[in-house]
Write a protein that binds this ligand. Structure first.
Ligand code: ADE
Ligand code: ZN
Length: 343
């Protein structure tokens, strides 16, 4: 079976995607001009040249700077709609999107402006392209927990639009336990908890995310492999890991994709998924992530099918939706197989 054709055609859910990380250089410059924002780049080539990172913090510095062009509700709409159009072409039928309200409210852009633009684009895309979605609001872990509470209070006014809460930004030195109180309140208010853990931080941060924040998924989770008992626990509890191969490569979490732990995760029986994280910054959307990791780890068609099915099993959708997605995957797989046989 032509594996790239399978990757393109197979229905996929994306579960680890920062909407601000989909800001392509062309749109960054266009929005800067539209909103009269000064950027330290004169053209697209200069923006791309700046995308060389040695670690997560190098990337985050540029990421927060890039966000400064997002000001009006229509900017957030345009950003979100462009992402959805792109992944629609790649076979994504469901997406769970992170957004970072504190990256905007600190610049005087209101929570409602951000949420309004993103959620209107999601609604339009569902009508036009049939893509379903959930929104996950992240707390920035380099800021104090009190400020996370401010975001939570805003989200409580929009429970029909915000499904979950997450934890992102600089990991080292900011363990999940610092956010136990705000996560407890978020869970009480009905938000589903997830957190970035083990991207750069130690396995102990993954444990804290599970124990102190009671997360239902771990975002990244790479360093959990330093603790075999923790992996066993995540297998037994069926806690999904949302992995992002090209992100890990570009932020030097792995020295090469051949050393990426995704195959180990599959072999251990973890509910592991493939995602793009911040595709504009890391050189690939979800299909490019599947293709790159397939090649590097010599994944087989069966692995790709498992990863695609995992993406729906790990999604925050009901069992009927999960089953329908798994059935759609089986149908596409048999169509791809018979097309190749008839060639
Ligand atoms: N914010 C956007 N992308 C991120 C990542 N990969 N890790 C932590 N915070 C982020
Ligand atoms: Zn992320």
């Amino acid at each position: 079976m032509n594996i790239d054709a399978l990757i393109d055609a197979i229905p996929k859910a994306e579960l680890h995607l920062h909407i601000e990380g989909t800001l392509e250089p062309e749109m960054m410059l266009a929005l800067a001009a539209r909103n009269g924002v000064e950027l330290p780049y004169k053209d697209v080539a200069e923006v791309r040249l700046a995308y060389e990172f040695d670690c997560l913090q190098d990337f985050l510095d540029l990421y927060y700077n890039g966000m400064s062009v997002l000001i009006e509700e229509r900017d957030f709409y345009d950003l979100t709609y462009a992402y959805l159009e792109k992944v629609h072409e790649q076979g994504v039928t469901h997406t769970e999107i992170f957004f970072d309200p504190q990256g905007h409210t600190c610049r005087g852009v209101s929570f409602e402006t951000v949420l309004g633009g993103i959620s209107t684009a999601l609604e339009t895309a569902e009508k036009e392209m049939g893509i379903t979605s959930k929104l996950i609001m992240c707390f920035l872990r380099h800021l104090p927990e009190d400020e996370a509470f401010d975001s939570l209070h805003c989200a409580c006014k929009h429970k029909s639009l915000v499904h979950g809460v997450g934890l992102d930004s600089s990991e080292k030195g900011y363990p999940p336990g610092l956010f136990s109180r705000v996560f407890a309140e978020a869970r009480k208010q009905g938000f589903i908890p997830v957190a970035h853990a083990g991207e750069e931080g130690p396995a102990e941060y993954v444990e804290q995310a599970l124990d102190d924040l009671q997360v239902q998924r771990v975002d990244h989770g790479n360093r959990a492999f330093e603790n075999p008992a923790l992996i066993k626990r995540m297998v037994n509890e069926r806690t999904p890991m949302t992995m992002c191969p090209l992100s890990n490569l570009r932020l030097k979490g792995v020295a090469s994709l051949e050393l990426h732990p995704l195959k180990k995760a599959l072999q251990a029986g973890l509910v592991v998924t493939v995602n793009s994280d911040d595709p504009s910054y890391f050189g690939g959307y979800v299909a490019e992530n599947y293709k790159a990791i397939q090649q590097a780890l010599n994944l087989q068609a069966g692995d790709i099918i498992t990863l695609a099915k995992n993406s729906f099993s790990a999604a925050f959708i009901d069992d009927k939706h999960k089953q329908a997605a798994h059935d759609a995957i089986d149908k596409v797989v048999s169509e791809v197989k018979s097309k190749l046989k008839s060639k």
